[in-house]
Design a binder for this molecule. Sequence first.
Ligand code: ZN
Length: 252
Amino acid sequence: MPAEGPTGIRFLSPLFKEPLPARLDRVTGTVRGTNISDGANTIHTVEHLLSAAAGLGLDDLDIEIQGEEPPAADGSALPFAAALRKAGLKEKPDQERRTLTLAGRLEMTKGDTAYAAYPSPGGVSFKLTYAHSHPLVGSQTVEFAMDPDEYLVRVAPARTFGFSHELEALKAAGLALGGSLDNAIVIADKEILAKGGLRFADEFARHKLLDLIGDLALAGLPLKNLRIEAVRPGHAGNVNFAKLLSEKAAPL
Ligand SMILES: [Zn+2]
């Protein structure tokens, strides 16, 4: 639903006393997805929906939710992005638009995960590398210049993925019980199981980019004139990097 004020992206539910802002200070979990909570209620795996909103350039959005998780849909952000596009986006000419940008270079590394961000006058762009020792995955690098139309075509359709041994372990633990080829790509020992085949040769890297865009949206402000590079990113790193970015952001 349209948000009245400059309220950012919020989740609304009859179970909540007040709207839950999709913001870094509400993040309570980053294992296999990004969760936010008001202390009493948790919404799980918000990143694909947030990615769709951020990818289309939405600053303010109220999301009414039933249950504790947005639908898995097909494992991508396309159903969300397509629905938002269909609903139509509205300019708020009277509202001042605050953005997040940097005066200098920012880096963060942990283990084999690395992030960097630096000012770039041409807009917001990404370079992301995903790598895995599985021979059918290897190393994939995606470059992307932020643009709503391009996001819809090149990023939103990339589906989440998992390795078959992980999926078996998760199901044994009573998790991911709804996980199937309808909402994820499964990488088995000798083959990649993807409904309708892979949508992109580098679909894994593109999905990691989709996740990164969603997690960075938790900073609460749209990015401006930034180049962002990430190697082997994950939700925990994404959220920590978003925090660092928010701390170092130049006031605008
Ligand atoms: Zn994801």
